[in-house]
Write a protein that binds this ligand. Structure first.
Ligand code: MLT
Length: 380
């Protein structure tokens, strides 16, 4: 959808209003999004609680996964460590075992579902382990069996603040899914179409998410803002912002966090985060800068006459919120995105197998066809 993002037909504000929250008036629980994505139905709080309990019961990560991650230097990008951790988890695939013993194709979706839920359940601990060894000298924080998926994840990362738990609920929910065409979702679908199990498929999708034009963009945005602060200080005027935007464009770079392949309006995920910031951190200087950029950047991008969407996307905001609560390690941001994205792409994968979708094999083009195509384009 060019104008927005819908989760089984519901806009994000509708999801926020309809899906159960941890507390009255708070952010919806990601478990509710998972239920909605899987079933198409809005769950009750009791149903969401069963998802929380089910994920908790599946969350044990086998020891060899940590050994595999520990084989990497701590300087390895966290996304590289994440993908390796997911590959190590593949030893647990129920689909791979069932396929080997000859499961009927109408039943494929059942072990795919088990793998998907197990993987979603185990990702927070894998991610927290990567965070700890990379940035915190290996200090680990216990899981809390009494809280929801997002709060537990935040806690395992070392964040006890209830407002940070709310941010994590919002963050995971809004990053969970964006149709089937984005690089990570499409890759999971493509690799899964070869009947590769959910671990293999998800690891492939995460390699796509690690690209700067996809999930890595969230770390780029904060870095870009920090460079600006380093150059002119934290009290940045709109004039200085606008000069910095022109300078970025003149050096042949893009303004990170603005524009989108298919959206043609401000990303609703940006707006949700903006509302969260307006409610909880209205005076934060970095938020004010993001807020000013919201007004300064679009007219500049429109000047060239070529940009179809000059508006901010989800990545323009997330880093500033995470940083406010003390999650300052930018290279880790895409791992958070990956944990969240599992909910959407694995729900899609379950449906792929339930619907019996075939192997994907796009048509290839001959070199001659490409030459002719370019010639006719240039002639036109
Ligand atoms: C996403 O959430 O994956 C992004 O919006 C990128 C896209 O849709 O292509």
């Amino acid at each position: 959808m060019a104008s927005g993002i819908r989760f089984r037909g519901f806009s994000l504000p509708e999801c926020q209003a309809k899906l159960p929250a941890a507390k009255e008036g708070g952010e919806p629980l990601p478990e509710g999004f998972l239920w909605l994505l899987l079933t198409g139905e809005v769950p009750t709080k009791e149903q969401v609680d069963t998802v929380t309990a089910d994920l908790r019961s599946r969350s044990k990560v086998p020891g060899h996964v940590f050994d595999v991650i520990n084989a990497f230097p701590v300087t390895a990008h966290p996304m590289t460590q994440l993908t390796a951790g997911v590959m190590a988890l593949q030893t647990e695939s129920e689909f791979a075992k069932a396929y080997e013993t000859g499961i009927h194709k109408t039943k494929y979706w059942e072990p795919i579902y088990e793998d998907a839920m197990n993987l979603i359940a185990r990702l927070p601990e894998v991610a927290a382990f990567i965070y700890s060894r990379t940035y915190k000298g290996g200090v680990l924080h216990e899981a809390d069996p009494n809280v929801d998926y997002a709060a537990n994840f935040a806690q395992m990362l070392g964040f006890q603040d209830e407002l940070m738990h709310e941010l994590m609920r919002l963050y995971i929910s809004i990053h969970s899914d964006h149709e089937g065409g984005n690089v990570s979702a499409h890759t999971v679908h493509l690799v899964g179409s070869a009947l590769s199990d959910p671990y293999l498929s998800f690891a492939a999708g995460m390699n796509g998410l690690a690209g700067p034009l996809h999930g890595l963009a969230n770390q780029e945005v904060l870095r870009w803002l920090q460079e600006l602060v380093a150059q002119v200080g934290s009290d940045v005027s709109r004039k200085q912002l606008s000069e910095y935007v022109y300078k970025t464009l003149k050096s042949g770079k893009v303004v990170p966090g603005f524009g989108h392949a298919v959206l043609r309006n401000t990303d609703p995920r940006y707006m949700c985060q903006r509302e969260f910031a307006l409610k909880h951190l209205p005076n934060d200087p970095m938020f004010k800068m993001v807020s000013d950029l919201f007004e300064v950047v679009p007219p500049i991008l429109l000047e060239g006459g070529k940009v179809k969407n000059p508006y901010p996307n989800v990545d323009a905001h997330s880093g500033v919120l995470l940083q406010y609560f003390g999650l300052t390690e930018q290279n880790f941001y895409t791992v958070l995105f990956g944990v969240a994205r599992a909910l959407g792409v694995l729900s899609q994968l379950i449906w792929d197998r339930a619907l019996g979708l075939p192997i994907e094999r796009p048509k290839s083009m001959t070199f001659e066809y490409i030459e002719n195509y370019c010639e006719s384009k240039f002639a036109a």
